[in-house]
Design a protein around this ligand. Structure first.
Ligand code: ITT
Length: 195
């Protein structure tokens, strides 16, 4: 069984990744590692930030620990691609999901162009080196008010193309088949099998 450290404190990400990775992996995230310092996400792209998180964690844990980091976010066309890499801290540096989502809906009040996409970059690192990275995107649109209680982040306002329910209504199983994270992880899994 492969041991994989997921370099995140976002338990929703861990849950989704764990469900998709399945039983062949022994997974751990940063939640129990309170000594691991908060990593500043100073990159301009999802790839930069995924690499920053993966390298920091693999330096900290050392040895042969295989580390996977996910940097992800929402790009809204009417906002020129915002919140993008700032998705987790859109409303303010310590913002929570509800505040971010409220700000997004406020900014889109009366705006007709509703197209958006979630993006995810997964970086895999060991001994302070990024070994590979993978990306995935999921197109959709932002509705006018939040619907559903599953998932996290902007899920209650994102309806993936070809569906009528939001990611927060559609259920974890379906989200995990079509999401940005699912697509990035599918490529990562192919690569991990050959490692
Ligand atoms: P870590 O850095 O510890 O992994 P984080 O939540 O800060 O956790 P990011 O910097 O990658 O992670 O920011 C991701 C944000 O993008 C997340 O907080 C949500 O607001 C949004 N997001 C990403 N994937 C999402 C998804 O599947 N559903 C809803 N929102 C998502």
């Amino acid at each position: 069984m492969h041991r994989l450290l997921i370099a995140t404190r976002n338990r929703h990400k861990t849950q989704e990744l764990a469900a998709m990775l399945g039983a062949g992996f022994h997974i751990e995230d940063l939640s129990a590692h309170t000594d691991f310092p908060e990593v500043e996400e100073t990159g301009a792209t999802f790839l930069d930030n995924a690499a920053i998180k993966a390298i920091a964690a693999s330096n900290h844990f050392g040895g042969d620990t295989l580390v996977m980091a996910d940097d992800s976010g929402l790009e809204v066309d009417a906002l020129g691609g915002a919140p993008g890499v700032r998705s987790a801290r859109f409303a303010d540096p310590g913002a929570n999901d509800r505040k971010n989502l409220e700000l997004l809906l406020e900014k889109l009040t009366g705006v007709e162009l509703r197209s958006a996409r979630f993006r995810c970059v997964i970086a895999v690192a060991r001994n302070g080196q990024v070994l590979a990275s993978f990306d995935g995107a999921c197109e959709g649109e932002i509705i006018g008010e939040a619907r559903g209680s599953a998932g996290f982040g902007y899920d209650p306002v994102f309806v993936p193309t070809g569906h009528s329910e939001t990611f927060a209504e559609i259920g974890a199983e379906l989200k995990n088949q079509m999401s940005h994270r699912a697509k990035a992880l599918k490529s990562a899994l192919e690569w991990l099998k050959r490692l």
